[in-house]
Design a protein around this ligand. Sequence first.
Ligand code: NAP
Ligand code: HSE
Length: 427
Amino acid sequence: MDKIKVGFLGFGNVGTGAYKILQETGNEISHREGFEIEVKKILVRDTNKKRDVQADESLFTDNIQDIINDPEISIVAEFMGGIDPAKQYILSALENKKTVVTANKELMARHWPELEKAAQNNGAGLYYEASVAGGIPVIKVMSESLQANKVYEVMGIINGTTNYILTKMSEEGRDFHDVLAEAQRLGYAEPDPTADIEGFDAMYKLSILSSIAFHAKVPIDNIYREGITKITAEDIAYGKELGYAIRLLAIAKKNGTDIQARVHPTFIPVSHPLAAVRESYNAVFIKGDAVGNLMLYGRGAGDLPTGSAIVSDIITACHQENNHRYTTFYNENKASWQVRFEDDWETEFFIRLTVKDKPGVLAKIAGILGKHEVSIASVIQKDHNKDVVPLIFVSHHAKEQSIKKALDDIGKDEDVLQIENVIRVER
Ligand code: NAP
Ligand code: HSE
């Protein structure tokens, strides 16, 4: 039986997940596929570290050359994260004609064209299922199973850490930092969790996913990004009162040659299918002209779900051998001249203010919104028995830039003490 030898770059959450799967299911995979997958070397930072998952000591190395220059290793699986030195290691592996499987969304989103060119020039494969939505096989679905479609919308929850945090804050009233620490312990968060909570991770994933979906490059610079760090217990409570759940959504829409791509906290009605996506689960909604609406749902982070994507990519790569597929669109770091990126999309807005409690304030703010073509769907004004009160507006569909201008004017009003938060609403 053929033995496929694999070099691992990293042995943290994802690496140990992939290793455990190969230990548990390796024999069954060999029996089924007709080849055996052997992990020959594992690159780590610290070869003396005590590890929860046991692997033979002789497998560990801190010298990349042991993998790059080993002619027996035909596949390199990277889950060390970051740009440097991961990028250089992957390029060297590709130049040595080794196929690469990676979970590294930041590297893919920032340097995909360079990596893909190196793969193509050397007849090697580049597989990245694990880079988007953990265990959900969305890259394969998008790049293979939906080829018959013009996909015009991708919307989803593609970051497990923030979904875990928002679920626990909403359902259990727990503190942001406390839940973030738990998500880190559970292996969902990035090595630097700023990437999760500030929306960078979802932005990288949206760039990869929407580029494949639209057959047009969606560079990270063209994606609007906002994280969840400004979401408070008050926002969540008022949202509940209005019948909303809060989620960090990644949204990309294509209309003709116009593309909008954005990542931000979003209120959705509690009856919306994405409101049922809790904890570290992810879900991706896809709209295609032929297939109609499609939703994929599953674990978006963690050792075994992400390990599942890695091991499946290794198996796919073995079957493709010298016939790897690459992207079919103009894969450069900049956008194609054939598309135009929008920054004035239309949606509904939740606006929470703290204002002086005196007659006429509500009417004045409603007037400012009206002046900027923002029409109001509902208002909540609580009686706090103080001289300041919270005032909440939800708009009908309004343009992003109109809201910005209205907020500029509202912020200048002497009776408005604070614009507490502005959260987009999708249905
Ligand atoms: P992690 O637990 O921090 O593991 C990183 C591993 O890489 C560690 O084994 C570390 O070695 C090794 N490493 C890091 N820098 C290295 C260097 N310069 N030289 C040699 N080894 C190095 O990270 P993770 O959570 O597994 O995530 C890894 C990658 O997968 C990231 O790109 C992440 O975005 C992606 N990803 C993660 C998840 C998830 O759920 N965690 C899901 C999908 C994708 P030591 O063990 O010696 O420190
Ligand atoms: N940190 C990422 C998340 C890991 O929370 O979704 C999966 O890509």
